[in-house]
Design a protein around this ligand. Sequence first.
Ligand code: F0G
Length: 350
Amino acid sequence: MAIPLLEKYREFLSVTDETPIVSLGEGDTPLLPAPELGKKIGAEVYLKIEGCNPTGSFKDRGMTLAISKAEEKGTRAVVCASTGNTAASAATYAARAGLRCIVLLPEGKVALGKLAHISACGAEVVAIQGNFDQALEIVRYLISAFPVEVVNSINPYRIEGQTTGAFEIVDVLGNGPIYQAMPVGNAGNITAYWRGYKTYQAAGKLTRLPKMLGFQAAGAAPIVQGKPVPNPETVASAIRIGHPASWETAVQARDESGGIIDAVTDEEILAAYQLLGSVEGVFCEPASAAGVAGILKLAQEDFFRPGDIVVCIITGHGLKDPDTAIATSSTPTALTADRQAVADHLGFSP
Ligand code: F0G
C-alpha cells in the first residue's frame, strides 16, 4: 500500500502519534514534462498534475490533514464554502472518517462533476443564492456560533497539508524551479506552495526559491485590481472569487519571491485549456489552465529565457467540468450505421 502523504512528510507537518491519519492515497502526483508548451514559451515546462489526486484536485493534500486533525480533536461535523473542489474533497474525506459534512455552494455556479462527487459522498448541500465570498461569510458565522469545524483554507491545516505539493516538486527536480505558475482564487494554494518552498529551504533541501506567478481570471481579479470584486464572473468557476481569504499571504508570496500576480481573460483561459488537452494530452478544468494562460501571455513579452524551468500547477481534472468541455468542442458528425458512409466521411479511399 502507498505510504500516506502525511506519513511521508510527517517531519514537516503537525502529525503526532495521536493523529488518526485519514488517507485515500493523495499526493505523489506526476510532474509531467510539457515539451510543446516549452517550445511555445521558450523554456523548460513541467505540469504538476493535481487532477491525479483521489478527488481530482489539489484540495486532497490539505483535506487529509484537516480531516485527520478534526478527528483527532473529536469533531463530529465539518463545514466549508466552496466553488466545488473543496466541497468534493471535504465530502469524501469526511465520509471516510465518518463525520457529518455540510457544504455551502454558490447556487448554479458549481461544475457538474463536482456536484456529482459531493452528492455521491453524502454531504449535506446548501445552495446559497449568492457567491462564494458570501457563502464563506456564512461559514465564518456558523463556526463562531456552533460546534462545527471549518475545512476551508482558513483552517491552517489545509494550507499546511498543501505545502507538500512544493516538497514533491523539489524532490523530483532536485531544487526549486525558476518559476512556478498557478491559478489564484481564494489564494490558499499560492500561500501554501510558497510556505512549502521556504520550509524546504530552511531544511536545507533546496538552494533556489522559485518566483511565484499567480493568475486570476480577469472578471475575478481582486488582487490584481487591489480591491474586492463584488460580483466576480468567469468561465473558470473554481476561481470565481472576489474577496480571497488569503489575500495578504498571496501578496507576500508574490513580493518575497519577486513574482507576479496578473489576470488572464476567459478567452486566454479557454485557449490554454484547449491547448493542454489537444497538444499535451492533459485534460484539466478551466481554472487549472489559468497558470498556463498566464505563462503564454508573459511569453508574448519575451519573459522567459532558454533553460528557465517553469512548473505549472494543473490544479483539477477536466472531468470536473464536463459542460465546458462539451461547449468548447466541435459537434460530432452524425452518420447512418453504414461502413462506406463512415469511410467516405473520414477521407479513406479503398
Ligand atoms: N484551481 C482549482 C481547480 C480550484 O478548485 C481552486 C479553488 C483554485 C485553483 C484556486 O486555489 O483558492 O487556493 O487560490 N477552489 C476553491 C474551492 C475555492 O472551493 O474548491 P486557491
